[in-house]
Write a protein that binds this ligand. Structure first.
Ligand code: HAM
Length: 436
């Protein structure tokens, strides 16, 4: 047993699995650019107030799961690791006067989030999200655009059978009456409520609807539905969101029980699932509209909408649905030599190849040529560049390892020749060496 292990609920992401991560992060970054979302990086910790006010004090995320940092000095504030990026991004939007930029401000951030949750499959204490936010557009068209972007990401990632569950959870005009009705409903079933839910009933009744307690399932299924109580403006907005999704050909399933686990949501709320895996912990992404959040954190009233896609769960889902992991982009050429002691010569040639953009390494072990070639084959390199006597005449041996052929190439032409032959190999019938 090793002396130290990664903390409970965290994992080391190791090669070759990291190749899949790199591919998804690139895909997310490419899609963000294509849809006009600009990169933002906010700190991994913020004043705890940002999350308490933003996400809401009576939520699982803040009550039970916030990683609070012990203050180190008197002047240090009450900080917490970010459990999600939206509150921090909105804090940044206000702080940097983004209200004066052309609206909406479209932002994207990818990185680790932290929740002190009970670890289990697909639920980690450090996990990664791809986050998208459009701040300053009240919708409804942008709501549909964002849902479509999420669906496109899953599709381009190769995940099939993704479904979006859609709801509207109203606004300050219609929600209070609904909250009152819901409170009355649960009060009428007080005996069936677990202790925690009884406390929440008086403080934040909507949270009962997304309770993870199995004792709540039947009660929640029979609870009054917000969608039947929307005010005219919210109902109209919701109808338009659906009409835009229909126009884009994005299928969705209406789910009137969907309220999301964060307090900042208004109107549109949605979650992504792989069909048939709709358990509490299985959402592979989720988001919605937060028209009150900018004001709540001290800015001018400004609408917003976004989503967070859980990359850990996406990768699990890809593996479970039989999608092949992405092969690592390997070494294309290994520089080997007849003189075991001439590491400087091998290093120089490898350095020149790398400067020309080729993934090359030099064999730096002081061992016989045969051993160097074996190591190159084990690496699945396409070429061995062999330094021998011909080097005096400015030439090296270029061996195509899978093909077993070899020829002499002028050092001056080496990079170009490798580029050409490797490109032909990748795109030809014998492809399969992996994307690089
Ligand atoms: P969320 O639903 O709390 O929303 O998280 C989004 C996604 O992050 C989830 O659907 C899930 O895939 C992943 N996730 C959450 N917790 C864990 C965990 N413990 N382990 C692994 N994956 C997890 C938000 O965070 C909002 N900020 C989304 C948003 C953006 N709404 C508007 N803008």
């Amino acid at each position: 047993m090793p002396t130290f292990k990664s903390p409970r609920g965290t994992r080391d992401l190791l090669p070759p699995e990291t190749a899949t991560w790199t591919r998804l992060e690139r895909l997310a970054a490419d899609l963000a650019i294509r849809y006009g979302y600009r990169r933002i990086e906010t700190p991994m910790f913020e004043s705890a107030d940002v999350f308490e006010r933003g996400v809401g004090e009576i939520t699982d995320i803040v009550e039970k799961e916030l990683f609070r940092l012990a203050p180190r000095t008197e002047e240090s504030g009450a900080w917490a690791l970010r459990p999600e990026p939206t509150a921090g991004i909105v804090r940044a939007y206000i702080q940097h006067g983004m209200q004066t930029w052309p609206q909406p401000v479209r932002l994207t951030e990818t990185g680790p989030m932290f929740r002190y949750d009970r670890p289990q499959a697909g639920r980690y204490r450090q996990f990664w999200q791809w986050d998208i936010e459009a701040i300053g557009d009240a919708g409804p068209a942008i709501d549909a655009e964002i849902v479509e972007l999420g669906m496109r990401f899953y599709r381009d990632a190769g995940l099939v059978g993704v479904e979006v569950l859609l709801n509207s959870i109203g606004d300050p005009a219609c929600r209070p009456a609904y909250v009152e009705e819901l409170t009355d409903y649960y009060r009428g079933h007080l005996d069936g409520l677990p202790e925690l839910e009884r406390v929440r009933l008086e403080r934040n009744v909507l949270r009962l609807l997304d309770s993870k307690d199995p004792a709540m399932a039947a009660l929640n299924a029979a609870a009054p539905k917000i969608t039947d109580r929307l005010c005219e403006a919210c109902a109209g907005h919701f109808a338009e969101v659906r009409a835009h999704l229909d126009a884009l050909g994005v299928p969705y399933r209406l789910e009137p029980g969907l309220v999301r686990g964060l307090d900042y949501y208004t109107r549109t709320a949605f979650e992504f699932y792989v069909t048939g895996r709709e358990g509490q912990q299985q959402a592979i992404g989720g988001g919605g509209r937060y028209d009150g959040l900018v004001e709540l954190l001290g800015g001018r009233p400004t609408p917003g909408i976004g989503f967070g896609i859980g990359l850990d769960r996406l990768i699990l889902a890809l593996a479970e649905t039989g999608v092949e992991p992405v092969p690592e982009a390997g070494t294309v050429a290994v520089v080997v030599g007849a003189d075991p002691g001439d590491t400087a010569g091998r290093l120089r040639v490898a350095t020149e190849l790398r400067a020309a953009g080729i993934a090359a390494r030099a064999d730096l072990g002081q061992r016989k040529l045969g051993k160097q070639l074996e190591a190159a084959a084990r690496d699945h390199a396409h070429f061995a560049v062999i330094l021998g006597d011909e080097l005096a005449a400015g030439e090296v041996g270029l061996r195509d390892l899978p093909a077993g052929t070899q020829k002499l190439v002028a050092v001056a032409d080496l990079a170009r020749e490798i580029e050409r032959a490797h490109g032909a190999h990748r795109h030809g019938a014998g492809a399969g060496a992996g994307p690089d």
